[in-house]
Design a protein around this ligand. Structure first.
Ligand code: 5GP
Ligand code: ZN
Length: 145
């Protein structure tokens, strides 16, 4: 069931009620920059509709999210010069899910980061920095399609 838009931060972002630095949107999914990046370029892929986690997502929605994540990964490799890309989904609070609207973390990995899937955030990024990264990724994503 759809919660009231006001109770979910990602629904508020999708409704344009909260600012976000968008990289991509289509009918089913969207991607925007994480406000507390683990590494430079950390983005989130979210379904447009409210589903709590991957267990609630239809096959169609799950596929749409992973397609966007794959496109983002290619864009990151090209536009950010990262060494690789980690995908991360918490799915349920015991695994670290804080925002209860499904989201796939797409996290650039740079030389020296190691292969750990999840580390702490480097702190809150400025909107200007997130907008600049989102524009670069968006351009790279368009160019690859
Ligand atoms: P979780 O811990 O639930 O897997 O991840 C939630 C993620 O959402 C965190 O990485 C956090 O930084 C990010 N986040 C939380 N609130 C906002 C927000 O208002 N805007 C954006 N862009 N990211 C957010
Ligand atoms: Zn939501």
């Amino acid at each position: 069931m759809q919660p009231p838009v006001s109770s979910c931060v990602f629904c508020r972002i999708m409704a344009g009620l909260e600012p976000a630095s968008f990289v991509y949107t289509d009918e089913l999914a969207a991607a925007f920059m994480d406000i507390n990046p683990v590494t430079r370029g950390h983005a989130l892929v979210v379904p447009r509709a409210h589903v709590v986690d991957i267990y609630e997502a239809s096959d169609e929605l799950a596929a749409a999210m992973f397609v966007v994540a794959a496109r983002l990964a290619r864009a990151m490799k090209g536009a950010l010069g990262c060494d690789g890309v980690n995908f991360w989904m918490a799915n349920e609070p015991p695994a670290g899910q804080v925002v209860m609207h499904a989201h796939l973390h797409v996290i650039p990995r740079y030389v020296g980061d190691g292969f750990g899937l999840r580390r702490g955030s480097t702190g809150r990024a400025s909107r200007a920095e997130l907008d600049e990264l989102a524009q670069r990724l968006s351009r790279a994503l368009e160019a690859k399609r």
